[in-house]
Design a protein around this ligand. Structure first.
Ligand code: GMT
Length: 379
């Protein structure tokens, strides 16, 4: 197949999944065309089946807001017409599903029927999509897609509860590439970060409010009263400054390291004892899955789709959003019991195996074929 992929090319989970999906499909012989405003961060090396089309919008003094949607639609039309794309897969509904609709309509005037799939990732529904400034367009453009997928059962449910959706939504989970995410020996890192054999806790996110990074810090403070530990905060975003200030005011700067955005997170997960994800909402929790693949148990909230990933009492523990006492208590129990910790590590790995890219990728492939067939049949 010739597949067009539209996504946000930055560090967010939707862009990561879109890029890994495209690369996986390219490995299986498909031609994959990424159409994005910047080279996706995980698209680093040359691949004979991968193409990158950069979207650039003309600057003009009249534009207070650069018309990204118009530039993206024009680029898609161009790529589809001249590369003979069989299917377009857009990630994150806003604004990509609406742009895909516009593109479909333009292509019809050229006698081309373009099958379109939209993947809902989370905040495009739960946080941003419901805002009155976007909601009617989100609902319309989901319904206008030929195929719709959601990354968890919970996100599917929330989409159906929130909007009047007439389309069937297929759940296709986030996935993990075990050739990259696996436990490796990085003892030299461990010694550098925890020279006195301290336990290592890790949190990775884009430091947005929805991630509740302050809870990670408060949980860590409680853990430190019982267990000698260090905390690595990985990623960057709008809340980082406040979190640094919080650490300073709590006199925890020597125990907490802000590492910023990191490419090789698997090397840091390799030395972690626990992963903390206390999000207010989380449609799936790709970061937790990456930790689990590296045999790191997860202490998370029970928000959104997290219960479909983290199994309470098996691969980690789940607590109510904001229940920092319980999160700390469960962390302490595990960190003080090496036998249980090792069992949880193995369980986390086994659960992550359910989301192996080798299992999930064929689900996308057959969904593409199903949607192409449907569009051809319906003319
Ligand atoms: O806020 C983020 O975590 C980034 C966001 C995105 O769209 O880039 O991630 C969402 O999509 C990921 C991939 O499908 C999911 O694993 C994350 O759970 C989801 N984030 C939220 O729902 C908050």
């Amino acid at each position: 197949m010739k597949i067009g992929i539209v996504c946000y090319p930055t560090f967010g989970g939707s862009g990561v999944i879109a890029t890994e999906l495209g690369l996986g499909l390219a490995d299986r012989g498909h031609d994959v065309h990424f159409i994005t405003y910047k080279r996706p961060v995980r698209l680093t090396a040359f691949h004979p089946n991968v193409y990158f089309h950069e979207v650039t919008a003309m600057e003009y003094p009249l534009f207070e807001y650069t018309p990204y949607e118009t530039a993206l639609a024009s680029k898609i039309v161009d790529v589809v017409r001249f590369e003979k794309i069989d299917i377009l897969h857009v990630h994150y509904a806003i604004p990509h599903a609406a742009v895909a609709f516009m593109t479909k309509e333009i292509l019809k005037t050229h006698g081309i029927q373009l099958p379109v799939i939209t993947t809902l990732h989370g905040t495009d529904i739960t946080l941003v999509g419901t805002d009155a400034s976007f909601a009617p367009v989100v609902a319309f453009s989901i319904n206008a897609s030929d195929g719709v997928t959601a990354v968890s059962e919970q996100l599917k449910k929330e989409t159906l509860d929130t909007f009047k959706i007439i389309k069937d939504i297929r759940v296709i989970y986030n996935f993990i590439d075990f050739s990259r995410f696996r436990k490796t020996n990085k003892d030299h890192f461990r010694k550098a970060i925890a020279p006195e054999g301290e336990k290592i806790l890790v949190h990775i996110s884009n430091f947005r409010k929805v991630k509740r990074v302050q809870d990670v810090i408060h949980v860590f403070e409680l853990i430190r009263k019982e267990v000698n530990a260090k905390l690595l905060l990985i990623g960057d975003g709008p809340e980082r400054k406040q979190m640094e200030d919080l650490c300073r005011s709590m006199h925890l700067c020597d125990e907490i390291r802000f590492l910023g955005k990191q490419e090789a997170v698997e090397e840091l997960l390799a030395i972690a004892d626990l992963f903390i994800l206390p999000s207010e909402n989380e449609s799936f929790g790709l970061a937790a899955l990456e930790a689990m693949a590296c045999e790191v148990p997860v202490i998370s909230s029970n928000a959104g789709g997290l219960p479909e990933v983290n199994i309470d009492g098996v691969t980690g523990y789940m607590c109510n959003v904001g229940d920092i006492e319980m999160m700390a208590q469960k962390s302490i129990e595990l960190l003080q019991d090496e036998v249980s910790l090792n069992i949880f590590r193995k369980n986390a790995f086994l659960q992550a195996k359910r989301f192996d890219i080798l299992e999930i990728l064929p689900q996308y492939e057959s969904y593409y074929l199903e949607i192409i067939e449907k569009v051809i049949k319906n003319g």
